[in-house]
Structure formats: C-alpha cells, structure tokens
Design a protein around this ligand. Structure first.
Ligand SMILES: O=C(O)CCC(=O)C(=O)O
Length: 304
C-alpha cells in the first residue's frame, strides 16, 4: 500500500534512469503545499549564518529544515521520501536541504553546475527532490542536460576561491585533507559563504552550455506547485535568468541518499558537512549507513 497520491509509472522510472531527471506531476496536495509554504516563509523570515544573498536577488539557505519545523515535517512526513525510495527501489536517508528564493522581477540565472562536487559525499544513488510553491514556467525552469549523470565526470564547482588567492588558507586546507579531516570544519556553519572553500582546479570546468545550447540535449519543464522534480546528484543542471516574473520563485530542494552513498573528503568542498556528522570524524569510504543516527532511513519502498 502506497501513500503516494498516484503511483509512479514504469515509464517515469525509465525516464529517470535514462535522462537522470523526471518531473512527477501532482504529487503534493494542498495540505502539503500549505506546510511547504509556511516552512519556506518561516525560513525566509529567520535567516541564519547559513543564509546567503540576503541583499541580492538570489537568496540561498543551507540546511533550512534545521530551524524550520514545517520543513522538517515535509522531510519526514510528506510523500517526498517515499517518492525517492520508490524511484531508487531502495531505502533512503536524508542528507541535506537548501532553499532558493528569487524575488519577483528580473530573475537571476542559476549557473549550470553539478551538485555532488560541492559536498563530501559520492555515490550513484543520490537524488535531489526539487519543489516550488510558485509556478515555474518552462522559460525559467530548472533545466538538465539529459543523460549527463552517466558521463562519469566530476566538474569543478562554480563557487569557491582559487588556491592562489589565499595561499595560506590553501596550505591549511591541504594539511586538513592529508590528516583526513574536512576542509570546512564545524565552525564554517557559523559564517557560511560560497567562497569559504577552494574549488578543485584539477577538475574540468563545466562546459559553456548556454553558449552552445544546440550542442546539448537540454530538458526543462512547465512546473506547477504540487509537482516534484527529481534529478540525479551528478546531473548538469541550471536555470535561465534575465526573464521578468510577476511573482517570486521560492524553491526547496532536498538531497537523498540510497545505500551506495559514501563519505569522501573532497579537495573542492564548498558546503560543510551536516553539523551532527562532525563528532564522528568520518573517513573517506564510510557509507552513510554507518551513521544511522545522523542519517536515519526515512522511507523504504522496495518493491520486493
Ligand atoms: O532553484 C534553483 O534555481 C537552483 C536549484 C539547484 O541548483 C539545486 O537544487 O541543486
């Protein structure tokens, strides 16, 4: 017995595997949309040290469910974990969440990027569940490069600073890596910035997708509140900017991990580890399942 409003079709499952992304229509009813809106609005009104862009047209918050009880409810009780578990056919653990708010007016773009290079985790069973409480028409939609989740490449993050800008900090970061401790310590939760970390210049840069759109197989959607967009952690994704919207675009994205996801000390870490993980001093290669109190299974909808 599923509590999903309708089952995920075999076609949709196939689409996710093939393209690395699928839009599931009408998965959150008005009850969930109300809770989501309250959760997002609460987070907007209570910025913390992980909020960036307060004075700019792109507000991004890391781990907003940490302070917004209604977002906690979304993570634990809404259909989202079940959806992800069904899609993976595996038990899923919540890793982290982010909120992206673009106010009404001319929208800034979301640059093309991959998510996994930002975090100290790696694995094929990483799924992002992206939802919005506002309609997001195709011309400002999240977009993905179809199939790029299978390219077997990790791109350089589009944030972070070059090592030569801060040689002392870079030497310290390299020492941390050698010791097997994360570059961004638990204190980085107190003063988060996208340029606290160093991008990994040994990784290739993201290709110029907008400059060569015809060369890429780009997929986007007309998104309606209630839909759930699922995309793979390794997929190239972004959103076009420069379009004027009469209402804000408030989105909430959670990252979910299946059994193969493990911890990895990244040279280009940009986002700190979840705060509760630091006390375990995790080592590269440890599965998230080794930290069940930090990452409990929130849904297990295996078919058989
Ligand atoms: O909502 C957006 O524009 C950005 C979302 C995003 O990049 C993500 O969820 O990884």
């Amino acid at each position: 017995m599923t509590s999903l409003p309708h089952p995920i079709s075999a076609e949709e499952m196939k689409e996710f595997k093939r393209d690395g992304a699928v839009l599931l229509k009408g998965m959150l009813n008005d009850h969930w949309l109300q809770i989501l809106e309250e959760g997002i609005e609460y987070a907007i009104d209570t910025p913390d040290t992980m909020s960036t862009g307060l004075d700019r047209p792109l507000r991004i918050d890391q781990f907003p469910a940490g302070r917004s009880p209604k977002l906690q409810t979304i993570l634990k009780e809404s259909p989202i974990p079940e959806i992800v578990s069904t899609l993976l056919d595996a038990p899923v653990r919540f890793y982290m969440d982010q909120m992206f708010c673009k106010p009404a007016g001319e929208l800034p773009p979301t640059p093309w990027h991959q998510d996994t290079c930002y975090y100290n985790i790696e694995g094929h069973q990483l799924i992002r569940a992206w939802v919005s409480i506002d309609p997001v028409p195709r011309n400002i939609s999240m977009e993905v490069v179809k199939g790029s989740h299978l390219w077997n490449v990790t791109y350089r993050s589009v944030s972070g600073k070059p090592r030569e800008d801060d040689p002392t900090g870079a030497a310290e970061a390299d020492k941390q890596l050698e010791k097997g401790t994360p570059i961004l310590g638990v204190d980085s939760h107190k003063n988060f910035s996208y340029s606290n970390g160093f991008f990994d210049e040994t990784l290739p840069t993201v290709p110029d997708i907008n400059g060569n759109r015809d060369s890429f197989d780009i997929k986007g959607w007309d998104y309606e509140p209630g839909d759930v967009l699922l995309f793979h952690g390794n997929i190239l994704h972004g959103a076009v900017g420069g379009v004027t919207l009469a209402h804000p675009r408030r989105s909430y994205a959670s990252l979910w991990a299946g059994p193969d996801v493990y911890y990895l000390h990244r040279r280009g870490q940009i986002l700190p580890d979840p705060v509760e993980l630091y006390r375990y001093a995790p080592e590269t290669g440890q599965l998230l399942s080794e930290f069940p109190d930090v990452f409990p299974v929130l849904a297990d909808k295996r078919a058989g």
